[in-house]
Design a protein. Structure first.
Length: 156
């Protein structure tokens, strides 16, 4: 007998680093994914802190096919330097090297890869208002553009 496995359409709420990486990992498995992001562009962000990637983060970026781009944009982080009020410094070496880069730089690397993935749709200017069952939607969980039986909510 034949049996078919249907892949769900996944809706990811949030187009930041975690949402885009999730979409890329799903896209690498040919899972149709829609990322919805309320901001119209990533040009400016109040989240300009450094994101430090450890071994697990680096492995996830490699699995998503974006590690080379991230390495080109990042700096190796092999120590933590603390600047004291009196002007002296304390250097704490890291036992394993990590990568560090700004949030906008990481998002840019991820967005470049998202643009190449045929299984990912990015909808900007769209936000989640409510998540729940809508009986008037003929059994669908959500109305377009965020229709899908699987939803992932991320806030990074």
């Amino acid at each position: 007998s034949l049996f078919f496995v249907m892949k769900p359409h996944v809706v990811v709420a949030g187009g930041g680093p975690a949402g885009l990486l999730t979409a890329l990992l799903l896209g690498a498995r040919s899972v149709p994914t829609t990322v919805i992001e309320p901001t119209l562009s990533e040009e400016w962000s109040s989240r300009s802190y450094c994101i430090n990637l450890n071994e697990r983060g680096i492995a996830a970026l490699e699995a998503a096919g974006v590690l080379d781009a991230v390495k080109a944009a990042a700096l190796e982080r092999n120590a933590v330097v603390i600047h004291r009020a009196g002007g002296s410094e304390a250097v704490m070496p890291k036992s394993t090297q990590n990568l560090g880069l700004s949030r906008p730089a990481l998002v840019d690397c991820l967005m470049q890869r998202v643009a190449l993935c045929p299984h990912i749709t990015l909808s900007r200017g769209v936000s989640v208002v409510n998540v729940g069952y809508d009986a008037a939607a003929d059994g669908d969980l959500l109305r377009p553009p965020a229709r899908g039986p699987v939803r992932v909510g991320l806030d990074d």
